[in-house]
Design a protein. Structure first.
Length: 366
């Protein structure tokens, strides 16, 4: 990201100085930025607790908490928050203290406004490069973890199919033998599972690597749920699950990204089917509020232990209620479901009690 790009998205600058005239001059000089002013370190910390800023510019000498104290507090709370220190006392001790506290740059008083603009731009460029590097590191780790998970998940069905085929190749199987028919059924199940893993892999790869803005269209949520539910008809039938879709036939239209909203529902219904015991029930409800819709998906499963509830939205985490070590899937569905819900301006959370089932709550703005 270059300096011009940083300015074009209205980077937010917090200017901290006890002199009002300095704050006003800085605000006028930093054209192309959204500038917020604070008269003290304490006021700055309050603002930082309420919103995010791309860079903080602070004076050193101020009543009610100096700039160095502010710098140290900011870096303790948010190590990656860029802070520019400005001082009329460019003595060695002051500079050393600021460097030890990880100041990102310096401006000396009296301030040259061109120097101010250049310094802010330079710090924002450095921040963008740092974030890009961190993103590359995260992506590299994700790919490593994902490859390890793929090799583990694909190995089981491929090995099972290989063994079945080897038995068939020996020619000592009788097609009329019940065991033979059972083995064929198991082969079909493993092949179907393998196809599902490959489909999931292709989608997750796209979801991980593709960064595009939402492309929303007015969507009938009931129609979308009905469409997604068809994909789980066989799974519902095999487990004898009751599926109660209690959404109104014609709910108000919601602005949703077709692909991502469909994925959210697929992940939530798949999770409900997976963890509802045979003969259980899955129920969908929709509540309409002034500012948001609340979709709940309740299942009559065993419930999720309290110590695992916060983990279910983590990448690659999978609940294994029977401790078999054979949970199918990649453990990414709920992570991306919440991520996509947040991209829509909503959220996804759960409510679960042991023995009373689990309810996932999807909240979307109107």
């Amino acid at each position: 990201m270059n300096f011009l790009n940083t300015k074009s998205i209205q980077a937010k600058v917090l200017v901290v100085d006890d002199e009002e005239v300095i704050r006003d001059i800085f605000a006028r000089a930093l054209t192309g930025y959204t500038v917020t002013k604070a008269a003290s370190g304490n006021e700055a910390l309050t603002l930082l607790g309420q919103q995010e800023f791309d860079v903080v510019v602070t004076d050193v000498l101020m009543p009610g908490g100096g700039g160095l104290d502010l710098l140290q507090t900011i870096k303790a709370r948010q190590p990656n928050q860029p802070v520019i220190v400005m001082t009329g006392y460019a003595g060695r001790d002051t500079v050393l203290q600021a460097l030890k506290a990880n100041a990102d740059d310096f401006i000396t008083k009296p301030v040259d406004l061109l120097q101010l603009q250049a310094t802010v731009g330079r710090v924002l460029e450095k921040r963008a490069l740092r974030e890009e590097l961190l993103q590359l590191q995260r992506m590299d780790k994700l790919k490593t973890d994902f490859l390890g998970l793929i090799s583990h998940k694909l190995k089981t069905p491929v090995t099972a199919l290989s063994l079945f085929i080897q038995n068939l190749a020996r020619g000592d199987s009788d097609p009329s033998d019940p065991d033979f028919q059972q083995h064929l059924g198991l082969m079909a199940d493993e092949a179907e599972h393998l196809i599902g893993l490959i489909q999931d892999l292709l989608f997750y790869s796209s979801a991980t690597l593709e960064e595009r803005p939402l492309e929303t269209v007015d969507t009938n949520l009931r129609a979308l749920v009905d469409s997604v539910t068809i994909e789980f008809a066989d799974a519902l039938r095999k487990k004898g699950l009751e599926f109660n879709n209690q959404l109104p036939e014609s709910p108000p239209l919601l602005p949703l990204d077709p692909q991502r909203s469909r994925f959210i529902l697929q992940a939530l219904i798949d999770n409900a089917v997976k963890f509802t015991p045979p003969g259980g029930c899955i129920t969908l409800n929709l509540e309409t509020h002034a500012d948001f819709f609340k979709l709940t998906i309740h299942n009559t499963g065993a419930g999720i232990p309290v110590d695992e509830q916060a983990k279910v939205f983590e990448k690659f985490y999978q609940i294994d209620p029977h401790r078999t070590g054979q949970v199918r899937g990649f453990g990414l569905g709920l992570f991306y479901a919440r991520h996509f819900a947040q991209q829509h301006g909503g959220n996804l959370h759960l409510d679960s009690r042991r023995g009373a089932g689990t309810e996932f709550i999807l909240q979307l703005p109107r």
